[in-house]
Design a binder for this molecule. Structure first.
Ligand code: ATP
Ligand code: MG
Length: 428
């Protein structure tokens, strides 16, 4: 036998029955996006590397060390597997002038790629669902997006998710804060770890995001950006909070919340759970009014979030939510080869009538005994067995046998040529 090949480390196969949870989640998201009038936009998985370098900022974890970048062997182009989808959405919106007739509300779902150390809730290929509202500058859209995410947790039956909010203000306010921050860190050089020292002048804000316990106390007492915000920024933030309050969405201020990407301004937020250990952030987002211009578009405001599908699904599992039941309505049992043709004809009619039917099929050693076929029918979870016995078929009929009411199971004879009339009786 040839040597077995395995999936790449940190990249997972999503197998049945687990995949049923994925489809269920995706269905909930589609329905919810429709209710909020967000439209689906699908961008390529590979983009020019420059898009992420320009869009995310050079001194970010992603661009510094997490991107799968490569050179196209055929034409030398510098390409990257998308580590996130906001930059791609913005590129597409600019490329196709989608904002020419006003703002757009968009969503996406799909795989993202980051070269990180794989662990629970952290993979190299993972999946995000994201919502973006582009061309809208008011706080009501920030709030709408947060309400949308909060509604999703409700739809998915998730409790134990808390919302943290912060405002990053505008570039001039950030600059003033940045100077104060650098001055403060310079007074505490002895406490800064190597990474923090490296970032001291390139991206001091990120130092606030440190996970180093030795630096927590020092970071806790650092100058807070919120104290540097002007009137307009504060008013925007107050409006967002007022809409959340009016809709009963609880939040708490986290003045240290800065988010990984450089492109954020004003509102930033994260949804966090305590139930997943250190990978507890299930969704993060904020306003990014300067990204569109940075990627070469006409300046336009925007706001959005992305959630980690693996983490959300892990939380759903953690809460003991059962798997969606994908059992077919019926299992078709074929005692012999001659029954295959009429059986498949009937099964097709039933399927067109909306009945879910699992057709018995021959393995390497033929169709197998009736006993083994009934075992498979039971294992499938079907409520009915359709038994295509020789004498019944000769009479133009099929046996419909209940598999779920114990002691042998009631059975009835049904005419093959009126299947459309009795199909509904098999449906759940
Ligand atoms: P973290 O701080 O956990 O690395 P992040 O700030 O890099 O998160 P974002 O870029 O904001 O994450 O992505 C949005 C969401 O996508 C995260 O909140 C998380 O749920 C999920 N996510 C990010 N990276 C991964 C990964 N490597 N594996 C699985 N999920 C991820
Ligand atoms: Mg990260």
């Amino acid at each position: 036998m040839a040597e077995k090949l395995s999936a790449i480390k940190g990249m997972n196969d999503i197998l049945p029955p687990d995949s049923a949870r994925w489809e269920w989640l995706e269905g909930k998201v589609r329905a919810l996006m429709q209710r909020y009038a967000y439209r689906n936009l699908r961008t390529p998985i590979v983009e020019p590397t420059a898009l992420f370098v320009r869009g995310l900022g050079e001194v970010t974890d992603i661009v510094e060390k997490e991107m799968y970048s490569f050179e196209d062997k055929l034409n030398g182009e510098h390409l990257t597997l998308r580590p996130e989808n906001t930059a791609g959405i913005v590129r597409a919106v600019v490329e196709h002038s989608l904002l020419y007739d006003g703002g757009k509300r968009l969503y996406y779902m799909g795989p993202m790629f980051r070269h990180e150390r794989p662990q629970r809730g952290r993979y190299r290929q993972f999946h995000q669902i994201g919502a973006e509202a582009l061309g809208f500058g008011g706080p009501e859209v920030d709030a709408e997006l947060i309400l949308l995410a909060a509604d999703l947790w409700r739809e998915l039956g998730l409790s134990d998710v808390r919302l943290e909010l912060n405002s990053l203000g505008q570039p001039d306010e950030r600059r003033a804060h940045r100077s104060a921050l650098i001055a403060y860190f310079e007074q505490h050089l002895d406490v800064l770890d190597e990474e923090a020292r490296r970032r001291l002048y390139s991206n001091p804000l990120r130092i606030l995001d440190t996970k180093n316990p030795q630096m927590q106390g020092m970071v806790e007492a650092a100058p807070k950006l919120i104290d540097f915000l002007g009137e307009a920024s504060l008013a925007h933030f107050e409006s967002v909070k007022a809409i959340l309050d009016a809709n009963g969405v609880a939040w708490r201020l986290n003045p240290r919340l800065v988010r990984g990407m450089d492109y954020y301004n004003l509102t930033v937020f994260e949804f966090i759970t305590e139930s997943l250990g250190s990978q507890g952030t299930i969704c993060g987002g904020g306003r990014y009014d300067y990204l569109i211009e940075q990627v070469g578009g006409k300046p336009a405001p925007a706001v959005g979030w992305a959630l980690g599908v693996e983490r959300v699904l892990e939380l759903i599992k953690e809460q003991g939510t059962p798997l969606p039941d994908l059992s077919p309505d019926a299992y078709a049992i074929v005692p012999n080869e001659a029954a295959l043709l009429p059986a498949m004809k009937l099964v097709q009619t039933l399927r067109r009538e909306g009945v879910s039917v699992q057709m018995h099929a021959a393995g390497a050693n033929g169709l197998g005994s009736m006993k083994s076929q009934f075992k498979k029918a039971d294992a499938s979870g079907a409520r009915y067995a359709l038994v295509f016995g020789e004498s019944e078929l000769a009479a133009g009929e099929v046996v419909v046998k209940s598999l779920r009411d114990g002691q042998g199971g009631a059975q009835v004879l049904r005419a093959l040529d009126t299947a459309a009339d009795w199909a509904a009786s098999l449906r759940a």
